[in-house]
Design a binder for this molecule. Structure first.
Ligand SMILES: NC(=O)c1ccc[n+]([C@@H]2O[C@H](COP(=O)([O-])OP(=O)(O)OC[C@H]3O[C@@H](n4cnc5c(N)ncnc54)[C@H](O)[C@@H]3O)[C@@H](O)[C@H]2O)c1
Length: 368
């Protein structure tokens, strides 16, 4: 359906969600809690989840056929939280039907598929966003404010990573099949850290990537976790990486190291972004086992010529609710042409370049 911007800003937006795994459930909860939204339709393969979330949030439309939902539910906005290879066909179809789209990360299984989504948003004149919920963390928003104040000076190097002790999602499901996921740890969790680091650094373009990938746990059936609700299929080969390392060149001469791993011989999970600037540095780190979690945000600089360690006060984590609120604000702004998914497309192309580099065993330049 078509919504003119001025009216769209005044009346409640009609929202739908496709996919009711962990990710989809975050979208359902956020829409259901937002007074500016009517959550009117859900779609998933699991009848019992349609029933459960439909009843819990009083959602009238419950569909196993997502195309029927788009055709019938008169949506203004839809969230797509399905296996990654479905993001493109679902987003393009919804955009062509005039619906604004928020899709889960990663945007798509390849940069080419992501580019087709951006083209569809452009043609349709609708918002296309990707849910990078981790940049809504309280430590990230605090550090972003510090960076934007200029205290750290020119940022010329960053290290970012997400390394799990034992966290391969859905061993034997779409997650570990190359054609459906597009990749392993880098595509799944490295993308969050890449997004966070580029966002904090002020969106430098990545000009080249040199990466390597390894699969030492998955092929042996090691490193699995309970993440993901999709059906495990017997005999599905482990076709993606469980560790990826990358060295990225940034425009302006900066560089970034990115490491992503679903399973490692380490004591506990670790996530971090460390920024190195001309006038200061900063680090965000979180991880630990659930009984002993730790979280650090520190900034090092000089105050009145004296070396100083600053500990910014961290606000609440916004996570999915904040990512969804930001998407809704973009829809309600009426400035839809400014939000066609181009930043997320840049991330998809970086991941493509990393996989191409790992395959070639050589640095790969990104075309701009
Ligand atoms: N942002 C985050 O923190 C985060 C966390 C987890 C997953 N994700 C992303 O969210 C997406 C889904 O991940 P998940 O872990 O929830 O997956 P999952 O496998 O647990 O659930 C997938 C859901 O999609 C539904 N689905 C599949 N095919 C469908 C179809 N044809 N029509 C309607 N529904 C269909 C399934 O029924 C299921 O409800 C992935 O892209 C993943 O990368 C993001």
């Amino acid at each position: 359906m078509t919504v003119a911007a001025p009216e769209g800003a005044q009346r409640k937006l009609r929202a739908g969600v496709i996919g009711l795994g962990w990710a989809g459930q975050q979208h359902v909860a956020a829409y259901a809690a937002d007074p500016a939204v009517d959550l009117v339709a859900l779609s998933a393969m699991e009848e019992h989840l349609l029933e459960q979330f439909g009843q819990e949030h009083d959602v009238p439309g419950r569909y196993q056929d997502w195309k029927q939902m788009i055709a019938e539910a008169e949506l203004d906005v839809v969230s797509i939280a399905t296996p990654t290879f479905l993001h493109e066909p679902m987003a393009v179809h919804a955009l062509e039907a005039g619906v604004h789209v928020l899709t889960e990360k990663p945007m798509a299984q390849t940069g080419e598929a992501a580019a087709r989504m951006v083209e569809a948003a452009h043609r349709a004149g609708r918002v296309l966003e990707v849910s990078f919920n981790h940049r809504q963390r309280g430590d990230v928003t605090a550090l972003k404010a510090v960076v934007d104040s200029g205290v750290l000076g020119n940022l010329y190097y960053a290290k970012a990573g997400w390394i799990r002790r034992q966290g391969i999602p859905g061993l034997g499901t779409w997650f570990t099949k190359a054609a459906s996921s597009g990749g392993g740890a880098m595509m799944d969790i490295g993308i969050h850290m890449l997004d966070m680091a580029l966002h904090l650094m002020g969106e430098p373009e990545v000009t080249a990537a040199s990466a390597s990938t390894h699969a030492e746990f998955g092929p042996l059936g090691r490193g699995g976790s309970g993440f993901g609700i999709s059906q495990v299929e017997e005999g599905v080969p482990f076709e993606v990486e469980d560790l990826a390392t990358a060295f990225l060149r940034l425009d302006g001469g900066g560089t970034m190291l990115l490491e992503s791993s679903w399973a490692q011989w380490i004591p506990h999970d670790l996530c971090y972004v460390t920024l190195y600037g001309a006038d200061g540095g900063a680090t965000i780190e979180w991880g630990g086992d659930p009984t002993h979690p730790h979280q650090v945000l520190k900034v090092w600089t000089e105050v009145a010529g004296i070396p100083a360690e600053l500990q910014p006060v961290v606000g609440e984590d916004g996570r999915h609710a904040a990512a969804i609120a930001e998407f809704l604000q973009k829809v309600q702004s009426g400035d839809w042409a400014a939000h066609e998914g181009s930043l997320a497309l840049r991330r998809a192309r970086v991941i493509d370049a990393c996989y191409a580099s790992a395959k070639a065993g050589a640095e790969v330049a990104l075309a701009h």
